[in-house]
Design a binder for this molecule. Sequence first.
Ligand SMILES: Nc1nc2c(ncn2[C@@H]2O[C@H](COP(=O)(O)OP(=O)(O)OP(=O)(O)O)[C@@H](O)[C@H]2O)c(=O)[nH]1
Ligand SMILES: [Mg+2]
Length: 317
Amino acid sequence: MAETPRHHIAMWGAPGSGKTTLLAALSVALNRRDDDWKIVGQNPESSAYLTDMTSALTSGKEFPEASTALETYQWALIGPGPTGLFRRQRTSTMIGLTMVDAPGGHFAPSKGRTGGAEERQEELMANLTQSRGIVFLFDPIREFEVGDAYDHLHGPLNRLAEKMLEADQFENGKLPHNIAVCITKFDDPRVLQTAQKQRLLSPDLDDKHQFPRVAVEDARELFRELSRVSATGSAEMVMNALDKFFHRDRIRFYVTSSIGFYLDQQTETFDWNDYLNLVPDEADKAALRIRGPVYPINVVEPMLWLGECLAKQGRSR
Ligand SMILES: Nc1nc2c(ncn2[C@@H]2O[C@H](COP(=O)(O)OP(=O)(O)OP(=O)(O)O)[C@@H](O)[C@H]2O)c(=O)[nH]1
Ligand SMILES: [Mg+2]
């Protein structure tokens, strides 16, 4: 394990956009795949996190608590090889991941001048500066209701650009990072129906459950469409800002859901008439609970893509 290349990946997104749940779903997502990819903790805290979060999501049917601190986890994604992509002449592929999960509030423009808030923002900046892979979460539901994705993007992006320029790390006029833009909560009817109306759903023929999916090539289009219904209209600027600051071939959009769709355990196929996996909690009507087993969608794919890009670019961090 000592020689595993470390790829530092940071998560970025507004509060409640689904960052922590995405991490919690990662191990379930890997276990649902038919291939050899697995995730292993590289220290006791990181292993414990995987176990605890996964069982909360699967047995307890609970979402993680809102994050209060910046947490760093070290995992290794271990998969089949040789793919010829990142570790030639090896029988397995290993991607070391350092994932940093911060409360979304830290990405907001700092209003007060309190020392604590500024310190935390600095910590977050240092983390973005060090990483070459970013998972940016865009929550269409929040954008529809609050419309502050741009607020949580443009401040840190300008700071990041300033720091990278200062360190002479711009590459051809743009930031050197790879960024996986994850549209979250695809299981929500408002997101699913938008994709359906725009004819962006393409079933995965290999999927025995026949879950609806939006292909990577069409995900940008869905992002554009969802941006149109933003509460403030500023989501359009998110796309422009991403294109200005990151190389086009280093941005990839994914349409994701950490909990996925409800699956009837008898028929085992997706049912358009009964797919909600997020339902009101009977004990506490104001709360939501996860109804059945979780079937994460496009949760592993952004990580593998980032891992692959970073390995190809030879960044070992
Ligand atoms: N429908 C749906 N809702 C989700 C999903 N993932 C998260 N949520 C909802 O979003 C809420 C917030 O998710 P978190 O993962 O805590 O979000 P976060 O970005 O880590 O939030 P902070 O830590 O506060 O910044 C959850 O409590 C759920 O209600 C998903 O896949 N589908
Ligand atoms: Mg969180």
